[in-house]
Design a protein around this ligand. Structure first.
Ligand SMILES: NC(=O)N[C@@H](CC(=O)O)C(=O)O
Ligand SMILES: [Zn+2]
Length: 429
């Protein structure tokens, strides 16, 4: 079993590799990178004009299984991932039941083996039922394969519980991933608190709710010397707190989403539920701070927070609609259009943020094209212009604030363990 990717621009941030060459895959592993490799006995894929990168790793995905399959399931969610160039995704535990026991972690991993188009990693809950009252069986979940621990969907405001959760999780070398929004300040807010919320007459979620929660998380991680990861950073205050914490040597990492990096609260002006998300889309000053933070390394990774909901759930009045929307199939296009084609980031930087960095935060074997690693690869046409059509998504979540937008750049093929799972934009598994 040999597959030769011929004449593409191969980019591997882990080897400082960025040049036109051939990449040979043998028995599902990266065998060799070099000029004019022999085609003998190999299927040849013409990669001229295309970029070959380690497959993307999305560390923040809601697969909704078990229990919420009207929104998404492992099969549909991993197909959406394959379509977007992702080869490994980590799923969040806010399912029904919540992923708070080892048996549920094992169950998801088992189903993903059978039905997943891409590799699936599991994130276990921090508290039982994500109720914030007592710790979940963190150790057992990690021993069963969980790669991180999180109460994502809500923040865990109980300081004592968050502290012992950090200490316990860190003993296993895993991070706690924090959804940082102070509940009492968020209250019933449905969008960013600012000029637009005032104009629309809607209750806001102030950015200081995020700042305070991130400050608390950092103080506890610093005090306990534990591994902390901040999910979907959206406020400029949070960026600055993380920047300063990193300077002090706190073991904190952070992610930003394609939507927070590129959209403002103007997107909800027409009461568009497709732009309703937690934390909310904020004003332009926050967006600029996120881009700056991503550039200087304060924000380590790009993660989608792919949070699909059933169509009818989102197709209601703004205040009532659940927060979150699909992200896997637009992430690369949005990032290339807004951050690469604008000259703000290099391709190497983007691939590092979408693949190498998240793999390293979760401590998983991915994000590299070194000889001997599983051949998990994204093949990208950076120049391809396409129009987002959410009705054609693989995900069940048909809402996205990027619908009908023209984007430049797309994954045209995705390879997992040496096999095509997506080709010419079509999932083939
Ligand atoms: N981001 C969201 O708005 N929603 C997520 C939860 C989360 O990631 O916090 C969801 O599960 O729907
Ligand atoms: Zn969240």
């Amino acid at each position: 079993m040999k597959l030769l990717l011929k004449g593409g621009t191969i980019i591997d941030p882990t080897q400082n590799y960025n040049q036109v060459a051939d990449l040979l895959i043998e028995n599902g592993l990266v065998a060799q990178i070099g000029a004019n490799l022999s085609t003998a006995g190999a299927e040849v894929f013409d990669a001229q004009g295309l970029v070959i990168a380690p497959g993307f790793v999305d560390m923040h995905v809601h697969l909704r299984e078990p229990g919420l399959e009207a929104k998404e399931d492992i099969a549909s969610g991993t197909k959406a991932a394959a379509a977007g160039g992702f080869t490994t995704i980590a799923c969040m535990p806010n399912t029904k039941p919540v992923v708070d026991q080892a048996i549920i972690v094992s169950g998801i991993l088992h189903r993903a083996q059978l039905e997943g188009a891409v590799n699936v990693k599991v994130i276990g809950a921090l508290s039982k039922g994500q109720q914030g009252k007592e710790l979940a069986e963190i150790g057992d979940m990690i021993l069963s394969g969980a790669v991180a621990i999180s109460d994502d969907g809500s923040s865990l405001d109980n300081n004592r519980l968050f502290k012992i959760g950090l200490e316990y999780t860190s003993m296993f070398g895993c991070p706690v991933i924090s959804h940082a929004e102070d509940e009492s300040l968020v209250d019933e807010g449905v969008m960013h608190e600012g000029a637009v919320s005032a104009m629309l007459g809607m209750k806001g979620r102030p950015s200081v709710a995020e700042d305070i929660a991130v400050a608390r998380d950092i103080m506890l991680a610093e005090y306990t010397d534990s591994l902390l990861h901040i999910a979907h950073v959206s406020s400029k205050g949070a960026v600055e707190l993380i920047r300063q914490a990193k300077k002090r040597g706190v073991k904190v990492t952070a992610e930003a989403t394609p939507h927070h990096l590129t959209l403002t609260d103007e997107a909800v002006k027409a009461f568009n539920t497709a732009a309703k998300v937690n934390p909310p889309l904020r004003s332009a000053d926050h967006v600029a701070a996120l881009v700056e933070g991503l550039k200087d390394g304060t924000l380590d990774a790009i993660a989608t927070d792919h949070a699909p909901h059933a169509f009818e759930e989102k197709d209601i009045e703004f205040r009532q609609a659940p927060p979150g929307f699909a992200g896997l199939e637009t992430a690369l296009g949005v990032i290339l259009t807004e951050l690469y084609h604008t000259g703000k980031f290099t391709l190497v930087e983007i691939i590092e943020k979408m693949s190498t960095a998240p793999a390293s935060i979760l401590n998983i074997e991915a994000g590299s094209l070194k000889a001997g690693v599983p051949a998990d690869i994204a093949i990208i046409d950076t120049e391809l212009e396409w129009t987002v059509d959410s009705s054609a998504f693989y995900t069940k979540g048909k809402h996205t604030p990027f619908d009908k937008k023209i984007l430049k750049g797309k994954a045209v093929a995705t390879i997992v363990s040496g096999k095509f799972v997506m080709r010419k934009g079509k999932v083939c598994i």
